[in-house]
Design a binder for this molecule. Structure first.
Ligand code: ADP
Length: 177
């Protein structure tokens, strides 16, 4: 009981994660519901280092995490070297192929660049523990979930800014070690 009381006043993962209530939404990829064009558009419209992959935009169930640079390289490769790939080709992060359809254009399969075990914490995890996990595991980012649904992301820089705020210092002056 006492421990719980203590937690109530602490900063939690949900307080630090993006998106913020006032900011842009989380940019996610669906594992099989997007075209090459849609994924390319997302890459052009954002600068994030990576994207969570979900079962569907509706379910927001986490499947994995894909790095922006891997996505860019793989799509460029597919455009250049994979026969029949066009803007409306499907992008698939799934392991199994969908049932073959005779007149469908070839899909771009990206299962191999997907990290299937990205680190996750729940929204109620105290930031003290999140900071510890980042330090000990050397994480670049961590995903935040609630009841198995993806809520947000915390990057190493977010953690650093949070620590700087806590220390009431200039966010750029603090070192992470
Ligand atoms: P960094 O934090 O090192 O600048 P990013 O460029 O990936 O790394 O992230 C910039 C900001 O956007 C961070 O505050 C992060 O929490 C947030 N962010 C990262 N990835 C996404 C995403 N896919 N959708 C929405 N926000 C994101």
């Amino acid at each position: 009981l006492e421990a719980k009381e203590e937690f109530r006043h602490k900063t939690l993962a949900t307080d630090v994660m993006r998106p913020r209530p006032s900011g842009p939404p989380l940019s996610v990829l669906s594992q099989s519901g997007m075209t090459v064009e849609e994924v390319e558009r997302l890459i052009l419209d954002t600068t994030y280092s990576g994207f969570p992959v979900v079962i569907s935009h509706q379910s927001q169930r986490l499947v994995g995490f894909v790095l922006r640079r891997d996505l860019v390289i793989s799509l460029e490769n597919a455009r250049r070297h994979q026969e029949g790939v066009v803007s409306v080709s499907a992008v698939l992060f799934t392991e199994c192929d969908p049932p073959a359809s005779l007149n469908a254009v070839p899909a771009v399969k990206l299962h191999s660049i997907l990290d299937l075990s990205p680190f996750t914490v729940t929204d109620h995890t105290p930031m003290e523990i999140v900071v510890d996990i980042f330090r000990k595991l050397g994480l670049r980012q961590c995903l935040v979930t609630q009841n198995g649904r993806l809520l947000g992301i915390i990057t190493k820089k977010d953690v650093l800014k949070h620590m700087a705020q806590m220390a009431n210092r200039d966010p750029d002056s603090i070192l992470f070690n």
